[in-house]
Design a protein around this ligand. Structure first.
Ligand SMILES: [Zn+2]
Length: 388
């Protein structure tokens, strides 16, 4: 321990800031590190020399590529569990974000939290064994749930679409069920989608990214200034519960006419059913739209126009560089994105509308499980920085 205020204490503090930035952003050049930490280039350069000598960081320099610094992959592994409405995925990765094994199973409807977690625990056991990892080597674990998690209580919020989980402290339940040597951190799948796309997908290299999840639930994960933004109670990005029509359909959150009552995947298939005579899947709706079905094309375009109305406000408020469309309805992005762009252009603040790019997410069905790996890795990194 160094004396507070001593030169040694200042060096420790600066070193902590550099490690923190590398943990948060991955590879960075020394100039970027200086900018992120607000330290001088000379100070950063001294710290990096020291951290290279101690083996805490490595530098990558190849021909035609800028020299970057990253954390040395330490010993230890992370576990990520994606707990969906109808599936569970489990992945094991090393601290370099490389996924070693992955497993996915389908889940019966409305399985209780207890039974679902028992299944997740068996899958974790199997994936660890397959990866050749002892559970004592696990230094970070995270789980995703398609529900808002209240940060102050750790409980699954009431607008949950997971009936078996309402009021449950998801972190406690998961930590106990998985029996790993670390606490399991839990976040909602829109936030995990944002983290995953930002680390591996279409958001790589951007600092301000909105990930829009368009499935039965509608939500957004917000990366602001290079940080995942959750808000005070973890409900930031609940775009699905912004009001489109005050006297519209009653929403599961208790309000009326929320965006989610108008544009969810379930709503699209339910609206089509009386016309086409059956409940189609979203992929069938998209295929029919491509084959020239006027009803399917009209509905999917309207989803884009309606979601675009809420996104236009979001753009004016946050001024993001990138909006990534994910979730089940992202299969329709060829119709959705031009419609979203049209409304943002019409309703957004012009400078914000002009500077935003809208693209489909790049990771598909693996998005959320990769997000849990990014979150687990971040937690493991936080512990390492804290303990060093
Ligand atoms: Zn609502």
């Amino acid at each position: 321990m160094s004396r507070p205020g001593s030169p040694q204490a200042l060096r420790d503090l600066n070193r902590g800031r550099v490690l923190e930035a590398l943990r948060e952003y991955g590879d960075l050049s020394q100039a970027e590190l200086a900018r992120r930490t607000e330290l001088s280039q000379a100070t950063v350069s001294n710290i990096i020399r020291h951290l290279r000598a101690t083996g805490d960081v490595v530098t990558n320099d190849g021909p035609g590529r800028r020299t970057t610094v990253r954390l040395a992959p330490g010993p230890g592994f992370v576990v990520g569990v994606d707990y969906g409405h109808r599936h569970i995925s489990v992945a094991v990765a090393d601290l370099d974000h490389d996924v070693l094994t992955e497993e996915r199973i389908d889940l019966a409807k409305d399985v209780s939290a207890h039974d679902g977690m028992a299944e997740a625990a068996r899958m974790t056991e199997r994936t660890l064994r397959r990866a050749g990892v002892d559970r004592n080597e696990v230094v970070g674990a995270a789980m995703g749930l398609p529900a808002p998690i209240d940060r102050t209580t750790g409980r699954v919020g009431s607008p949950s679409i997971l009936p078996g989980w309402v009021g449950v402290n998801a972190g406690d339940v998961a930590t106990e069920a998985l029996g790993l040597p670390v606490r399991v951190v839990v976040d909602n799948d829109a936030n995990l989608g944002a983290l995953a796309e930002w680390w591996w997908g279409a958001g790589v290299g951007y600092s301000d990214v909105v990930y829009l999840k368009l499935s039965d639930g509608v939500g957004a994960g917000l990366i602001i200034g290079g940080h995942l933004y959750g808000g005070v109670a973890g409900t930031a990005g609940e775009i699905g519960h912004t009001t489109l029509d005050e006297y519209g359909e009653l929403c599961r959150c208790g309000n009326r006419g929320c965006l989610e009552t108008v544009v969810s995947a379930r709503r699209v298939t339910a609206m089509l059913a009386p016309v086409v005579g059956e409940e189609l899947t979203i992929s069938e709706v998209v295929r029919r739209a491509e084959d020239g079905s006027r009803a399917c094309e009209r509905l999917l375009t309207d989803v884009g126009l309606q979601v675009g109305r809420s996104l236009a406000d979001l753009c004016s408020l946050l001024n993001p560089q990138m909006i990534l469309v994910g979730g089940e309805l992202a299969q329709a992005s060829a119709l959705l994105i031009p419609a979203i762009e049209r409304v943002i252009g019409r309703c957004g603040v012009p400078a914000a509308a002009e500077s935003v790019h809208i693209k489909p997410g790049a990771l598909g069905a693996r998005t959320h499980v990769l997000g849990t790996i990014a979150l687990a890795r971040r937690e493991a990194g936080a512990a390492a920085v804290f303990n060093s």
